[in-house]
Design a protein around this ligand. Structure first.
Ligand code: PRP
Ligand code: URA
Length: 208
């Protein structure tokens, strides 16, 4: 598999294990989602472009760098919302553009219910945030939307993916790198990732 980046970081592995635990309550779950998101995005953004910028230290002037690219965060509602805060801590000037999708429980197909993207793109890089890449339907639909908007530099960041979801994304959007905390074993008959962590939205928002 190319363009797939499961994190090898021990902190991610440790926190993901606590996230999976069925006894982890929503407050702790949200905290872990925030922390893991920041760690994954730190790794995912290692190739952002920078331009030279001089800086005056208290002692002298020296050369430095600043980010060249305008970054957009695209959380997929609702579960992706919980990933924004951690990433915003790293890049507070990132724009946040919400996309609302839910997975129809019968067909498992994504249904779009919110999209207020302006006509012209306002960013050059989009980080799509969603904790779960299950059948891949929601991820593919969101990348479709962002590409139609006019942004071609896209990264998908998730906590857990199924091999089936990765295959679907790679077929539809092989150019989009996928950054993950883990690749799990399989999807069950109702489209849940196994071993997974259950329903990422319900566990964050206490709606299980
Ligand atoms: C979950 C998850 C993804 C989607 C993944 O959201 O957050 O968006 O399912 O499944 P897929 O890869 O099969 O499309 P859900 O539809 O449960 O909505 P929610 O975020 O509102 O809970
Ligand atoms: N959405 C979730 O929240 N969890 C899964 O395992 C699959 C889809």
């Amino acid at each position: 598999m190319t363009n797939i980046y499961p994190s090898q970081h021990p902190l991610v592995a440790h926190k993901l294990t606590r996230l999976r635990d069925k006894n982890t309550q929503p407050k702790k779950f949200r905290e872990l989602v925030r922390e893991i998101s920041a760690l994954l995005v730190y790794e995912a953004t290692a190739d952002l472009l920078v331009i030279p910028r001089d800086v005056e230290t208290p002692l002298t002037s020296t050369g430095g760098w600043e980010l060249k690219e305008k970054i957009g965060l695209v959380p997929i509602l609702r579960a992706g919302l919980g990933m924004v805060e951690g990433v915003w801590g790293l890049m507070p000037s990132a724009e946040v553009w919400h996309i609302g999708l839910y997975r129809d429980e019968e067909t498992l197909k994504p249904v779009e219910y919110y999209n207020k993207l302006p006509i012209e793109p306002t960013v050059s890089v989009c980080l799509i945030l969603d904790p779960m890449l299950a059948t891949g339907g929601s991820a593919v639909a969101t990348v479709d939307v962002v590409k139609r908007w006019g942004v071609s530099r896209i990264k998908f960041v998730a906590m857990i993916a199924s091999p089936e979801g990765i295959a679907v994304m790679q077929k539809a959007h092989p150019d989009v790198p996928i950054h993950l905390a883990a690749i799990d074993d399989h999807l069950n008959e109702i489209g849940y990732i196994v071993p997974g962590l259950g329903d990422a939205g319900d566990r964050q928002f206490g709606t299980a």
